[in-house]
Design a protein around this ligand. Structure first.
Ligand SMILES: NC(=O)c1ccc[n+]([C@@H]2O[C@H](COP(=O)([O-])OP(=O)(O)OC[C@H]3O[C@@H](n4cnc5c(N)ncnc54)[C@H](O)[C@@H]3O)[C@@H](O)[C@H]2O)c1
Length: 433
């Protein structure tokens, strides 16, 4: 059954539909187009689809020239699910958020329905959204069958392949990060490996969808737990008057058995604050057990914004100042450096708490300001002006974008709290968490 598809994949004549043109789906669509496939990008957000059709990318990792070249090759962004017709490969890369702490699979359901309506015999559906183990076989497969009347395995191929991209990473992208793939059966695994193998250097086949789904959540839970560990160590180290970053640097000289994670103001983005909770929900609902590591890591990482505010209160106190009425200059609000993504960023609770305490806030973030004029109800400034540093009571580094002159921040701000260890500590003026 899968031979014709494999042949079309090899000849690059397969018709590829990517559902969701966000951080993940747009990159896949661009790479698939570069590999020579005929690519449709389904994006229900009309403003996004229109921007793509005009050759304007809203994803930092996809420059306008790359998008425009794809458009010239025939890549078609669309809001119309009818354009999925006759796809050979459908890749689903839609959001998987939490809704009141529980997995919200409504986007996978709606994308699955759209794919199901255009599913034909021999085609391959690949889920790429991060989700709990079991989603592909227990939710997506039956949904595709219900809508199309076709049976997975007998009539169509079904697989899961986690997306591991790290937006803004200059070294590793989709093409050179090994791609994990797992199908419901051997032909599905072969087909998904052949598809991604057309534009990703190394393919890692795992026994099934469950292993592929767990791989992604294992990676993110590993990071989440280790960040929580260094965050807790950082709080205790501060109390013990020990420089935690110096200890991490020293530990990182061990050539085996240690991996450096850095403390920060909490975790953000679409992945770390969300994905581990998908796994703990699955474990709780299926096995009746609590995933204690994930609960503890959530607890510590969610506490970090309060800790940052407490450290600001203590730092201002040294100058006999209260948070109320103090001018606090916030540098960086996105959840990681050099991107404008503010989803789940810990900067939000920090800023909300400071505003509630009466701080006068000036917020500077070139990347976030390029996307929105405001953040958490405050104006966003794109440029750091000398005046900002001269007139503040304290500069707070929440995200260390590379465009800021941190030596100048250290020289000119009367006091600095650096949550990203970007500036060397200076007695009396620069503290790190
Ligand atoms: N951003 C990352 O760094 C990253 C990395 C690895 C994995 N992931 C995972 O990949 C998935 C997608 O994340 P993202 O960051 O690309 O999200 P995103 O919000 O940037 O993009 C998702 C897009 O899907 C669109 N969409 C919603 N419903 C749809 C539907 N029914 N059909 C087609 N499109 C639909 C949305 O309008 C949006 O543009 C999530 O599960 C996420 O956890 C994200």
């Amino acid at each position: 059954m899968s031979r014709p598809l494999l042949e079309r994949l090899e000849a690059r004549t397969a018709r590829v539909a990517v559902l969701g043109q966000g951080y993940v789906g747009l990159v896949v669509a661009m790479r698939a187009s570069e590999a020579g496939f005929d690519v449709v990008g389904l994006e229900p957000n009309e403003a996004r689809a229109a921007a793509l059709a005009d050759g304007h990318s809203y994803i930092e990792d996809v420059p306008d020239q790359v998008l425009q070249a794809a458009l010239e090759r025939g890549y078609r962004p669309t809001t119309d699910p009818a354009d999925l017709a006759a796809f050979d490969v459908a890749v689903i890369s839609v959001p998987t958020p939490l809704e009141e702490g529980l997995p919200d699979l409504s986007f996978i359901r709606s994308a699955g329905r759209m794919a199901g309506e255009h599913l034909t015999r021999g085609a391959l559906v690949v889920l790429e959204s991060t989700t709990y183990p079991g989603t592909t076989t227990e939710l997506l497969g039956p949904l595709l069958t219900e809508v199309s009347g076709l049976t997975s395995g007998d009539d169509f191929l079904l697989a899961y392949s986690p997306e591991r991209i790290d937006p803004g990473n200059p070294t590793y992208g989709l093409h050179n990060t090994p791609k994990v793939v797992g199908g419901i059966d051997e032909p599905s695994t072969q087909a998904v490996a052949a598809f991604f193998g057309a534009f990703v250097k190394d393919i890692v086949e795992v026994p099934g969808c469950g292993e592929a789904e767990l791989t992604k959540i294992l990676e993110n839970t590993f990071r989440h737990v280790n960040i929580a560990l260094v965050n807790e160590i950082a709080m205790f180290a501060h109390g013990l008057q020990i420089d935690v970053n110096a200890a991490i640097d020293a530990a990182a000289t061990k050539p085996f058995g240690f991996m450096a994670f850095r403390p920060g103001p909490g975790v953000g983005g679409h992945c770390l604050p969300v994905d581990p909770s998908y796994l703990s929900w699955r474990v709780k609902t299926t096995l009746g057990e609590n995933f204690r590591f994930i609960e503890l890591a959530n607890d510590i990482n969610e506490h970090m914004p309060h800790y940052v505010v407490r450290r600001i209160t203590a730092a201002l106190n040294l100058d006999r100042k209260a948070v109320n009425g103090s001018r606090i200059l916030v540098l960086g609000v996105s959840y990681k450096p050099n991107v404008g993504d503010t989803r789940e960023t810990p900067a939000r609770p920090v800023i909300e708490q400071l505003a509630e305490l009466g701080a006068e806030l000036t917020i500077v973030d070139r990347y976030a300001a390029a996307r929105s004029a405001t953040f958490a109800g405050h104006d966003l400034q794109g440029e750091l002006e000398p005046d900002h540093l001269a007139t503040c009571d304290l500069a707070l580094i929440l995200t260390d974008h590379d465009d800021v002159d941190y030596a100048e921040v250290a020289r000119s701000a009367p006091r600095v709290l650096d949550t990203r260890a970007r500036i060397d500590p200076r007695p009396d003026t620069v503290e790190r968490i």
